[in-house]
Design a protein around this ligand. Structure first.
Ligand code: V47
Length: 378
């Protein structure tokens, strides 16, 4: 056994090496600034390589935000718009279909669809986006709507979350993205997004989705007003649902970007904080197969290093990302396949193209088919 340079870290190292679960207190302790970051990274890397070897996954994907008009005013959001603001938009069917065609031409396997809760758009407008895209481009996986939208649709229609999810599946929904999670603890949530779906709605939506056979992702928005305790509490709530359903595929820690938000006085998390959070997430979420370093949010350089700090996925080539770019992200809007593979190889990892459900992609130009499912060690 390797000994840690910090005696405080030693019991945690022993647990990680023995494949034992870390507790709330362990997690909070790992956020202590005096604990050596490289050693934390090495522990997270142990778990990462145990689960995923040397592979680093990516996909070819496109974002679609059909509207930015939103009834809510989350303090951290730079993307939203008021109904009558010149910045506000809502896409027509033709615009949605053009985006679908562009995605398919670029070889995308996935469309990531989220947006605002438009004051005047009815449930059918949102459902129609899924139906149109699915009917026209059946091979394109539609990873769409967070629990915030699903709870809104339930409210609009007077139906249950289960009904909304089933109806969206009928229309062509393929899985749920991880957004809308922010920080679950009410001490924080009530200050940054008090009106929108709370933790119980978020978990009910993902639990029901898993019961209906959908896979989903999960996220945590960090680096604003929350404390280490709130982050670890958040991760443990996710771990608990995963014990129950095993429906989460990937966890994505999301670093707060303050520009153009109601929290613009806050300084964005540093590189070391990004890496520490990545590593702690990998260590706490022992039952989630993948941890993603979302390059759009981290920057390409930090995302590359994060592949040695617990992350095994780097998201995709991405086109038309707005949520982070509206909040001051300086990353490019797109990486080509050659670039994303080079970014991964430069970090010493093996690039593996996956589809949304973590099957290897067999590709010939823009034509592709899903191959074998990627097996992850527990
Ligand atoms: O829920 C919004 C966050 C999320 C800001 O499932 C912000 O594969 C930082 O969930 N600064 C949406 N974060 C993005 C998201 C996501 C991204 C990539 C992959 C996947 C996936 C999911 O973005 C929101 C919120 O937590 N967010 N505004 C901001 N200013």
């Amino acid at each position: 056994m390797i000994r840690t340079s910090s005696p405080i870290l030693q019991p945690i190292r022993e647990k990680v090496e023995a494949g034992q679960r870390l507790s709330l207190d362990d997690g909070v302790l790992l956020y202590r600034g005096d604990l050596p970051l490289p050693e934390l990274g090495e522990l997270a890397n142990l778990v990462r390589e145990r689960k995923n070897g040397n592979a680093a996954y990516y996909n070819i994907n496109t974002h679609l935000n059909p509207t930015n008009i939103c009834v809510y005013r989350c303090t951290f959001c730079a993307f939203r718009s008021d109904l009558r603001d010149p910045k506000g938009y809502a896409m027509s069917d033709a615009e949605v279909l053009n985006r679908g065609q562009e995605a398919v031409n670029a070889g995308s396997t996935e469309m990531h669809i989220v947006g605002g809760l438009h004051h005047q758009a009815k449930y059918d407008w949102y459902r129609n986006i899924i139906r149109l895209l699915h009917d026209t481009f059946p091979a394109l996986h539609l990873k769409a709507w967070t629990p915030v939208e699903i709870a809104w649709f339930a409210r609009q229609t007077g139906k249950s979350i289960r009904w909304v999810l089933s109806d969206m599946i009928d229309a062509g929904l393929g899985s749920l993205p991880g957004g809308g999670a922010e920080i679950f603890h009410p001490e924080v949530r009530n200050q940054i997004c008090e009106h929108k779906a709370d933790a119980s709605h978020w978990f009910e939506t993902h639990r029901t989705a898993h019961e209906l056979g959908l896979r989903s992702n999960c996220t945590m928005l960090y680096g604003h007003i929350e404390k280490p305790y709130h982050r670890i509490d958040h991760l443990l709530r996710l771990r608990e649902l995963q014990d129950e359903t095993a429906g989460f595929q990937t966890f994505i820690p999301l670093a707060f970007h303050p520009e153009n938000t109601g929290l613009s006085h806050i300084t964005k998390p540093s590189g070391p904080m990004d890496l520490r959070t990545m590593a702690i997430s990998r260590l706490m979420l022992d039952n989630v197969p993948h941890v993603k370093a979302y390059w759009i949010m981290l920057g390409v350089g930090t995302a590359q290093i994060a592949l040695a700090y617990g992350a095994d996925d780097i998201d995709g080539t991405v086109r038309h990302e707005l949520i982070y770019h509206d909040a001051g992200a300086e990353t490019p809007e797109i990486l080509s396949v050659e670039e994303i593979r080079r970014v991964i190889e430069e970090a010493g990892r093996e690039p593996v193209e996956r589809d949304t459900l973590y099957r290897r992609v067999e590709r010939d130009g823009s034509a592709w088919r899903a191959g074998k499912a990627i097996a992850v060690e527990r």
